[in-house]
Ligand binder design. Structure first.
Ligand SMILES: [Zn+2]
Ligand SMILES: [Zn+2]
Length: 372
């Protein structure tokens, strides 16, 4: 009768862990899928493990009770319950799903934010952006190995990336595929990992990129830069870089879709008499025409001086809301003149004028909400 301890290469007082470990090593070595022509050796170590891994069978075996009636005939058959394990082990459906995981994989997409000013958002431009992403390790060019060394096939799973485990359940032996602990599913190991990247094939690096901001972006717009994201493990292709735009407040202009808005104050006299007022825009100084009789809240439009429409050559408008300044801190002469004016306009004892549907603040608001 075969000596099961000798078959597994362990001592008589080997622990369960030692037996298991030794069995695994030998089972991989003699597995018929890997090493055809060694079916007999494999059966021997499988039987040895079957006996020695079961404490009751092992005790029985140690006391000279043999294999619990399960001999080991050369011609097959009589394999007893153990045969079932054998079938399960080699039967269909036990294959590794998908095979080993490739060491080189596509990297993840990355998202960074960039602060830009309103002018850049409206008209486009280039900004410098600090980005920290994984880049290819230049020591090993992504291979993950030290110079002059190579990746090697994993000896535990023989390159499959997974190992089969047998577990006993009430329903019998179950065989499951598990990720190989030695190679973490890659099927290969790196005996001498690159010292710069520890075998990952990539390193984290801060770099400054010039980002072209297209005209017409607004707060929250994401610019996609293909293959500028994280380089993948093993120096795999980089994911995309998404740059999310954050537009800083401007002290004069606000964005309103494709339009720009600003607000100015004009003296009451200019509003009443009309005037041409110089106004600094992104397109240089423009003469703002204030018509005689301009009311507070009137919007003066400078056509085509708004923001550029995204992916277009056309532009929105610049809309300037006029606020009429009421004179204060008047001297006597000014006050007299105004009193004279009030008299001429029969406004010495003014009455409140109800703002009607047809004019005033409310109708303007209504027009805006109606999308006029
Ligand atoms: Zn490296
Ligand atoms: Zn492995």
């Amino acid at each position: 009768m075969a000596d099961h301890y000798e078959t597994l290469g362990v001592s008589k007082d080997a622990s369960a862990a030692e037996i298991k470990s030794s069995y695994r090593k030998l089972a991989r070595k003699y597995h018929p899928d890997v090493n055809p022509g060694h079916e007999d050796e494999f059966k021997a170590i499988s039987l040895a493990y079957d006996v020695l891994s079961d404490s009751e069978k092992r005790r029985n075996y140690d006391m000279g009770g043999g294999d619990n009636g399960q001999g080991f005939p050369a011609g097959g058959g009589g394999f007893g319950g153990f045969g079932d394990i054998f079938e399960t082990f080699f039967g269909g459906g036990g294959g590794s799903a998908g095979g080993p995981m490739p060491r080189t994989q596509r990297g993840k997409d990355a998202l960074v934010g960039v602060n830009i000013d309103l002018k850049t958002a409206a008209f486009g431009g280039t900004v410098d952006l600090e980005v920290a992403t994984a880049v290819v390790c230049d020591t090993c060019s992504g291979a993950g190995t030290q110079q002059g060394t190579k990746v090697e096939t994993c000896t535990l799973c023989h390159g499959s990336g997974s190992v089969q485990r047998m577990t006993r359940t009430l329903l019998g032996q179950m065989v499951t595929n598990q990720t190989c602990n030695s190679c973490h599913g890659y099927g290969t190991v790196i005996p001498n990992p690159c010292l710069n990247c520890q075998g990952d094939g990539r390193v984290r690096k801060q770099r400054t990129m010039k980002i072209r901001i297209p005209a017409g972006v607004s707060d929250g717009t994401r610019i996609q830069l293909s293959a500028q994201g994280e380089v993948g493990p093993g120096g795999g292709p980089a994911g995309d870089l998404f740059v999310e735009v954050m537009v800083a407040r401007h002290e004069v202009f606000q964005r309103d879709g494709d339009n720009l808005r600003a607000a100015i104050s004009v003296p009451m006299t200019a509003a009443a008499l009309g005037a041409s007022i110089p106004f600094e825009t992104f397109d240089g100084t423009q003469d703002l025409s204030i018509e005689a009789g301009t009311q507070s809240g009137t919007v003066v439009k400078l056509s085509g001086l708004g923001a550029t429409r995204l992916r277009s050559e056309t532009r929105g408008d610049l809309l300037i809301t006029v606020d009429v300044m009421t004179p204060d801190k008047m001297d006597d002469a000014q006050r007299e003149l105004l009193e004279q004016l009030a008299k001429l306009r029969d406004e010495e004892t003014p009455r409140a004028q109800i703002t009607t549907e047809s004019r005033g603040v409310f109708s303007r608001m209504r027009e805006r909400f109606a999308g006029r």
